[in-house]
Design a protein around this ligand. Sequence first.
Ligand SMILES: Nc1ncnc2c1ncn2[C@@H]1O[C@H](COP(=O)(O)OP(=O)(O)OP(=O)(O)O)[C@@H](O)[C@H]1O
Ligand SMILES: [Mg+2]
Length: 247
Amino acid sequence: MNPKESHIQPLISLQRLEVAYGGIRAVRGIDLHVNAGERVCLIGANGAGKSTTLRAITGLVPLVGGAVEYDSRSIAGSPPFDLVRRGLIMVPEGRGIFGQLTIEENLAMGAYTRRDASQIRQDTERVFTLFPRLAERRKQAAGTLSGGEQQMVAMGRAMIARPKLLLLDEPSMGLAPLMVEKVFEVVRTIASEGVTILLIEQNARLALENSDRGYVMESGEIILDGDARDMLNNPKVRAAYLGEVEA
Ligand SMILES: Nc1ncnc2c1ncn2[C@@H]1O[C@H](COP(=O)(O)OP(=O)(O)OP(=O)(O)O)[C@@H](O)[C@H]1O
Ligand SMILES: [Mg+2]
């Protein structure tokens, strides 16, 4: 561990985490942590086990082995409601919005563990300020929105849940460059307010440029981790994940 971090308590830590689907081990004993206030990315090819790692954190798939601690407590087996109430919020792969519900109704789902109606209203208006496109369409069924607009709804819903730790699974997936820029601008805004972020991305450059540290996953294992700037300059990372020819 970096001496600078030695006194900092991780907000989330995975120890020897193992997950399997049937007999297939998708995550093979990984260690990963994110300190409070840090932005960390997990990159790697299709099928490496990135989404499975996030699903294990949020309890959507059971652990075969290892431990997950959030805010210094084990959360293996915790019901999703508890995790949400404690500020552990995921924007899942594919966004997980409710297509039949309006934008407003989808955003309201983010507040389901909250009771402070006037604060919820303020947070909702703030999402509409950040994403004016959603404000214009607030009564529209979310299923009729473009992919980028649906990503905005998913991010907005997560913000309304007041995250302490935000887990983002490929927020840039399927979006045009301008929309990707917009989504990452909002990620930076959220991070600047002190929210801790664990980001999964196929776009390794974008992920590392928006992170303090990174981990590389391959076939269910962490094969490399370190400072995001160093990783951007690492010839192996550049060749394998940034689409550059190794020097
Ligand atoms: N529900 C499931 N049942 C069986 N196998 C699964 C299931 N979900 C994922 N897997 C397998 O587990 C492995 C890891 O998948 P995972 O979705 O975690 O990868 P990923 O790194 O998120 O990939 P991508 O970048 O394509 O989203 C893959 O081999 C995948 O086929
Ligand atoms: Mg995935």
